[in-house]
Design a protein around this ligand. Structure first.
Ligand code: SF4
Length: 330
């Protein structure tokens, strides 16, 4: 095992998100334009073998948890094969995935069999019309069916990520709380972030975590769940009557960058050390030009050493990344 990945702010980096594609079968308004999305040509995308080689190097450097993302990871053909390749890496403690859920009806069981440990499903509305309005796809029932199949396949607890947007999510906060109380799923509300392809984000358009908490607590009283283990972006709250829990990820209103422990490898082989990074490290070109593992380790350590202190949303000097959420993978 090589020295651990520690950045110049003393943060211990143990989590890696790997975006396996920039493509998606949804067109969520806060992420992608309706049409004319320019996707990466296939040769530009890391192969499964390249992803596996880089993942082995990252785990050797101290990465303990890997999360697969997209775009939508399940549109990448044969994904259970990649899960099988990664789940066998010695030293990898946890392999998870974030998906929009519509591929789970077909793939939840093969993914579980291949060694996937955990699932996060993005679901921003429980109302079919609003779901259609947001994703530009009439697929809410397919996502709900996918959740049930995933639960039957042994994934539990399944986390449901809800992007909380003012004027959109407000009237469903209690519905989502009820959903968490009636199903073995954990709802996590994520504040809307300035990563939408159309650059429509404004400070007034996100629902602050505090407000979400207050509005649910008045109907279903909540109490905090004391955090254990490595820092997590979500603050968890259980319903006082014991019927489930919710989580809040206050990226904009209460940034948690001081305890950030993650980096991102995106589909074209660039390493991003922050969701809001404005610079990246290209690992694909040296890898395809025959670089050995030591050279790749040196590039990774250097990038991590220079990891950004945090995002600067709502601060002077904040620069929007030149990549949208679908190109970064959240
Ligand atoms: S904004 Fe960047 S530094 Fe802050 S938590 Fe997210 S990835 Fe980490």
């Amino acid at each position: 095992m090589y020295t651990q990945l520690i950045d110049s702010h003393g943060r211990h980096i143990i989590k890696l998100r790997i975006s396996v594609t920039d493509r998606c079968n949804f067109r969520c308004v806060y992420c992608m334009p309706e049409e004319d999305m320019a996707f990466l040509p296939k040769p530009e995308i890391l192969t499964f073998e390249e992803i596996e080689r880089l993942a082995r190097i990252f785990v050797g450097l101290g990465i303990q948890k890997i999360r697969l993302t997209g775009g939508e990871p399940l549109v990448r053909r044969d994904l259970p094969r990649l899960v099988d390749q990664l789940s066998g890496i010695p030293g990898l403690r946890d392999l998870s995935m974030t998906t929009n859920g519509i591929g789970l009806v077909e793939l939840a069981h093969p993914l579980r069999k291949a060694g996937l440990d955990r699932l996060n499903v993005s679901l921003d509305s429980l109302n079919p019309e609003k779901f259609m309005q947001l994703t530009r796809r009439d697929m809410l029932q397919k996502v709900l069916d996918g959740l049930q199949v995933a639960f039957d396949a042994g994934f539990s607890p399944i986390r449901i990520n809800v992007v909380a947007m003012r004027g959109f999510t407000d009237d469903e906060l209690v519905d989502f709380a009820q959903f968490a109380r009636q199903h073995p799923y954990r709802i996590r509300f994520i504040e809307f972030m300035p990563l939408d392809a159309d650059h429509n984000w404004e400070d007034s358009k996100y629902l602050p975590g505090k407000e979400i908490l207050e509005r649910i607590d008045t109907v279903y009283p909540l109490e905090i769940v004391e955090p254990k283990g490595a820092p997590e972006p979500a603050t968890r709250y259980r319903f006082k009557d014991g019927l489930g829990e919710i989580g809040i990820i206050p990226t904009v209103s209460e940034p948690f960058c001081d305890s950030c422990n993650r980096i991102r490898l995106i589909a074209d082989g660039h390493l991003r050390t922050c969701l809001f990074a404005t610079r990246e490290t290209d690992l694909k070109t040296p890898l395809r030009n025959g670089a050995n593992d030591d050279e790749l380790r040196r590039l990774i350590r250097e990038a991590v050493h220079n990891k950004e202190q945090g995002h600067m949303i709502n601060q002077v000097g904040f620069i929007r990344p030149n990549r949208s959420m679908s190109q970064i993978g959240g």
